[in-house]
Design a binder for this molecule. Structure first.
Ligand code: KG4
Ligand code: ZN
Length: 377
């Protein structure tokens, strides 16, 4: 069967056609995967403007779906079901996809499958690599989420840890903005960091070392981890972001002043920083984020006896995160899976994969299906 998938949870309008292969080890194949990015629209504002995003989805959705059918070499008659991201995300954006998918399901008389955006990110790994050795520890790290799941059996996701404040992608974007690097910040910071010294600045490593008095309960289900370990699994990035902000405000505060004006880059607050300092701050920040993410994820994988480790979501495109995860995995003999770049950031192919998984367990939405800004997985 071919399934049409639609994703409009944030600022990409995406549609894909996914086919079932009949091979249990690698159950799905991509026939087409079309993404219309809204970066050019939101760049001017330095972040996603929800109202503009939903209006642009409306303009793009028909053309994107047409292209997905065309590139997949299928017609409407070849589509057996339609899957759509129900949440979490921007509700105005989600509603465009949900309404469109309902119309398709109604007019074509085919089943409608609701998909959780993060299930899509997790299944992007299976879509590309085939079923993972289970149990797997899977880190979903994106602009809106930093969540660590245990996948004990296909399609079953248990939340083990999550961020207590900012998502890692959000921290990348904010720090890139502070450094005056432009939008979207994550990929630019990744590029700039390659030329910097990652030990130039000693930013604090965000770590939950004790029971947080505001969040005394751990995220992991009771009994899965020893209580003292369970409480250390959550992530936090707001302190790190503040440390970078202080450094930027202090003008780098590491080298002597007296640099020539053309060697100075303008940061968000108008502070003049030498371009080399910008690269050093970016590299030092990125080193700490990557370590914080991987320390926790590899610890959990080992505590839970995981047979593989996955990293998905937009930040999994980060070159340092990918390289270090693979190096650590190789050292430990633990298989590490990351999606190809085309499936790291938001796309509909991953929603199609998660949609087929759900459809085959009998999950079908009715006409009451609504978009939800927040939705537990
Ligand atoms: O999964 P995604 O496309 O959207 C959400 O579901 O949030 O993730 C987008 C996030 C953004 O914060 C973006 O800056 C970040 O992923 N990102 C990166 C890189 N590429 C995308 N962060 C660091 N390094 C990258 N190469
Ligand atoms: Zn995403």
């Amino acid at each position: 069967m071919n399934l049409l998938a639609i994703e409009t949870s944030c600022d990409e309008t995406a549609a894909a056609v996914i086919a079932e292969t009949g091979d249990a080890a690698k159950p799905w194949a991509i026939r087409s995967n079309v993404v219309a990015s809204q970066d050019a629209i939101h760049r001017e504002w330095g972040g996603v403007v929800p109202e503009l995003a939903s209006r642009q989805h409306l303009r793009d959705i028909c053309g994107v779906v047409d292209r997905a059918l065309e590139q997949g070499a299928v017609t409407w008659n070849d589509i057996g079901a339609v899957a759509v991201t129900q949440g979490p995300g921007l509700v105005g954006s989600l509603l465009v996809g949900v309404s469109f998918a309902k119309s398709v399901a109604w007019t074509r008389g085919i089943p409608l499958v609701p998909v959780h955006h993060l299930a899509g990110h997790i299944e992007s790994l299976v879509l590309h690599h085939g079923e993972l050795p289970l149990p797997a520890a899977v880190l979903v790290v994106s602009g809106g989420h930093t969540s660590l799941y245990l996948v004990g059996e296909p399609g079953r996701y248990q939340l083990i840890g999550r961020t207590r404040d900012d998502a890692a992608g959000e921290a990348f974007d904010k720090v890139a903005k502070l450094l005056g690097l432009g939008y979207p910040g994550g990929p630019i910071l990744d590029r700039v960091a390659r030329t910097g010294n990652d030990r130039a600045y000693a930013f604090p490593m965000p770590r939950m070392t004790h029971a947080d008095r505001f969040q005394p309960r751990a995220t992991a289900p009771l009994g899965l981890l020893p209580p003292d370990l369970a409480r250390q699994v959550d992530f936090s990035f707001s302190g790190l972001k503040t440390a970078v902000m202080r450094t930027v405000k202090a003008g780098g505060a590491r080298r002597e002043p007296g640099l020539s004006a053309d060697a100075l880059a303008k940061t968000e607050g108008g502070t003049a920083l030498e371009a080399a300092d910008v690269a050093d701050i970016a590299a030092s920040f990125q080193r700490v984020v990557v370590e914080a993410l991987l320390d926790r994820t590899f610890d959990v994988a080992s505590w839970l006896g995981a047979k593989s480790l996955g990293i998905a979501g937009g930040v999994s495109a980060n070159s340092r995160l990918r390289a270090e995860a693979e190096a650590r995995g190789a050292k430990l003999g633990l298989p590490v899976f990351v999606p190809p770049l085309s499936l790291s950031t938001d796309n509909a192919a991953m929603i199609g994969a998660a949609g087929l998984r759900k459809f085959r367990t009998g999950v079908i939405a009715d006409w009451e299906l609504n978009a939800l800004a927040s939705l537990p997985l």
